[in-house]
Design a protein around this ligand. Structure first.
Ligand code: CP3
Length: 343
């Protein structure tokens, strides 16, 4: 069974020899070869240059036997394409060029010609697919409208995105206008990714937990549902909503076929909660990759054993790879997962 078949079978709840594995932010600061490129080019140049984005996408696959590649890019390319550029704060974190505070600014967001403006992502996907060949799966991705709105309204990284919640409550019409623009842009963007050959896409709702359970559908999930309904081809969609384990079944109403879990619920409980009706992904705590190979092996085996009773499971971390992840821990993880056999 090749990696791509294994990935697609797990996504479609068909039997696999072992779970497929890929990691979130598998390209990143923990790899010296990424840091070497980062010392020559800034992040946004790397994202916007298809040859460099392709090289970074492939770097982790040259080191580790991963089953899938996720394209090197960022969720913030959408606000950038709409006319709200992003950058990085010196001490870490995202800084948007300005904050959205009123209707005129939302009206001014330029949501036409998204595939043209983001053609560099399409080119990177096509180049990556060519290098990957048919044996590995290729993942595209986007941020959810809610999570993008958090950065756009708060103006950058925040601990609680309180300005965004407040704006949504106090300016419902303007908030809806923003969500409509983001959703329509993302539909065009994901359809462009499908045309470029992705096997699957992941929607990151990383700041879902800012929503109260009673607001979650209205503020976030309904827009994700609209996006999934707008896809031109029925490819599997993974939804990652960090901190939302109390709303797993509600997340399935979006049409997502795979739920990506953080590390605050056991796989067994998530499987019971969702009635084993969808594929699950996750949920190793990324902190373990900063410890030692033996700890990683033990923790991964605990998850692998629990995944035996799942119809579909994709191994992954509960969030992105930390800059402090150790290469030997990632090696131990890949060794453990790729040698595991079901049955
Ligand atoms: O997984 C992959 O390798 C694919 C590429 C990818 C990146 N960002 C590259 C990146 C993906 C899938 C993302 C998603 C993303 N970006 C999310 C959703 C996932 C999550 O983390 O919850 C979010 C919220 C962003 C926005 C973003 N971009 C943040 C918060 C940061 C970290 C900023 C900081 O300094 O703390 C980034 C930068 C970023 N995006 C890096 C990478 C590899 C690190 C860049 C570096 O420092 O070299």
């Amino acid at each position: 069974m090749n990696s791509r078949d294994r990935f697609l079978k797990a996504a479609h709840l068909e039997e696999t020899d072992r779970p497929p594995i890929w990691l979130m932010r598998q390209a990143g600061r923990y790899l010296p070869e990424y840091r070497a490129l980062k010392s020559k080019y800034d992040f946004i140049t790397l994202v916007k240059t298809p040859e460099l984005a392709t090289e970074i996408t492939l770097q982790p696959l040259q080191r580790f036997p991963l089953d899938a590649a996720i394209i090197f890019s960022d969720i913030l390319v959408i606000p950038e394409a709409l006319g709200q550029p992003y950058n990085f704060r010196d001490g870490g974190g995202i800084q948007m060029e300005y904050r959205l505070t009123n209707k005129a600014q939302i009206e001014a967001l330029e949501d036409s010609a998204i595939p043209e403006k983001l053609n560099y992502v399409s080119e990177a996907l096509k180049l990556t697919k060519k290098s990957l060949g048919k044996d590995k799966a290729l993942l595209g991705f986007c941020g959810s409208p809610w999570t993008l709105a958090c950065y756009m309204i708060d103006g950058g990284s925040s601990t609680d995105f309180s300005r965004t919640s407040e704006f949504a409550e106090q300016n419902p019409k303007e908030f809806i206008l923003l969500m409509e623009k983001l959703s329509q842009s993302i539909i065009q963007y994901l359809n462009m990714q499908i045309d470029a050959g992705v096997d699957c896409v992941q929607i990151f709702d990383s700041w879902a937990s800012v929503c109260t359970p009673s607001n979650y559908y209205k503020q976030s999930l309904q827009w994700i549902q609209m996006i999934i309904a707008g896809l031109k081809k029925p490819i599997p969609v993974i939804l990652y909503a960090k901190g939302m384990n109390h709303c797993l079944n509600e997340q399935l109403k979006t049409g997502a076929k795979i739920l990506s879990l953080d590390w605050t619920i056991s796989l067994k409980d998530a499987c019971v909660e969702t009635n084993n009706q969808c594929a699950l992904q996750g949920n190793l705590n990324p902190e373990f990759l900063t410890t030692d190979p033996i700890t990683v092996k033990n923790e991964a085996e605990t998850i692998l054993k629990m995944s035996e009773s799942l119809k579909g499971y994709i191994f992954n971390l509960g969030h992105g790879m930390l800059p402090t992840a150790k290469v030997e821990c990632v090696e131990a993880l890949l060794e453990t997962v790729t040698h595991y056999r079901y049955g």
